[in-house]
Design a protein around this ligand. Structure first.
Ligand code: C2E
Ligand code: CA
Ligand code: CA
Ligand code: CA
Length: 274
């Protein structure tokens, strides 16, 4: 076993070095990207059942790399988090999204993702306040999406920060609910405005009784706590129908529209949802 272990180490070492090199290169490129404006936001519609309309959008970051083409967030957000670049990147993302949303004329909301690492900054609350002031966006049109890991570590300090954010008048959503170390007690520790049901559950509708049972539990709980629910990753009419039956209030997914650059933002539903 020992010999095996050593061999394994030798076999994988060049690969690990190559991976480390790619990460270093991405870090260097990312610093440059921040200065050259290679990062942009795309906007995906969120559909509200009541009113049968697009009530808002989620802002999703995109990196158009001059040589590598489009790099998905999963390939650079973790590196930005490890290197601390997430603070600058997150602030840029928030400011771009608020400025764009301030030009929309039907009161649409804008949901912006916050990394748990951003909660380590004592400047997070003032950064959000400044983005609102600079853009002129009304606070109630901004939703901040956080994941449960924000509630896991340093939860006392982070809950204080969340309360300070709420005091600004913004709304707070719990993203990716049901994945990770989800605990129902999180819902007691902070008054969330919205829960987002992770797409991994939505995509198992019709195939997994367990996934459906979890969705039912989440929507039941949210409605008794008066919290709105957005189902993400809705791709089929069958999924939509089942989610409506369960009382979900909002829907997001390719069935309605993909994330698009500001100039191509989907502005109207192509067909009535209800
Ligand atoms: P997320 O917050 O859970 O965002 C939802 C992801 O699902 C997005 O992937 C979106 O494009 C994708 N999606 C939407 N509808 C569908 C659908 O019907 N089917 C499928 N298969 N996928 C769908 P994306 O844009 O690649 O973003 C991935 C993750 O990167 C996000 O997951 C979020 O965690 C992170 N991210 C994106 N933008 C930002 C940002 O500005 N800041 C931070 N901190 N994280 C970001
Ligand atoms: Ca999100
Ligand atoms: Ca999500
Ligand atoms: Ca996710």
């Amino acid at each position: 076993a020992k010999r095996n272990g050593r061999n394994r180490h030798e076999v994988f070492r060049p690969e690990m070095e190559a991976a480390a090199r790619v990460r270093r290169q991405i870090e260097i490129d990312l610093r440059r990207a921040l200065h050259r404006g290679e990062l942009q936001m795309h906007y995906q519609p969120i559909v509200e059942k009541a009113g049968n309309r697009i009530s808002g959008y989620e802002a999703l970051i995109r990196w158009r790399h001059p040589e590598r083409g489009s790099i998905p967030p999963i390939d650079f957000i973790p590196i930005a988090e490890e290197t601390g670049l997430i603070h600058e990147l997150g602030s840029r993302a928030l400011n771009l999204a608020c400025q764009e949303a301030a030009t929309w004329t039907n009161g649409e909301t804008i949901a912006v993702n916050l990394s748990p690492i951003q909660f380590k900054s004592s400047e997070l609350v003032s950064m959000v306040a400044l983005a609102l002031a600079d853009s002129g966006l009304a606070a109630e049109r901004l939703e901040l999406e956080i994941t449960e890991s924000v509630l896991l570590d340093n939860s006392d300090g982070n809950i204080r920060t969340l309360k300070a954010l709420k005091k600004l008048g913004v709304r707070i959503s719990l993203d990716d609910f049901g994945t990770g170390y989800s605990s129902l007690s999180y819902l007691r520790s902070f008054p969330f405005d919205k829960i987002k049901i992770d797409k991994s559950f939505v995509q198992e509708i019709g195939q997994s009784r367990e996934a459906m049972a979890i969705i039912r539990a989440i929507t039941g709980l949210s409605s008794s706590l008066l919290i709105e629910t957005t189902a993400e990753g809705v791709e089929t009419e069958e999924q939509l129908r089942r989610l409506m039956e369960e009382g979900c209030s909002h829907f997001q997914g390719y069935l309605f529209g993909r994330p698009e650059a500001a100039e191509n933002r989907m502005q109207r539903l192509d067909w009535p949802v209800v």
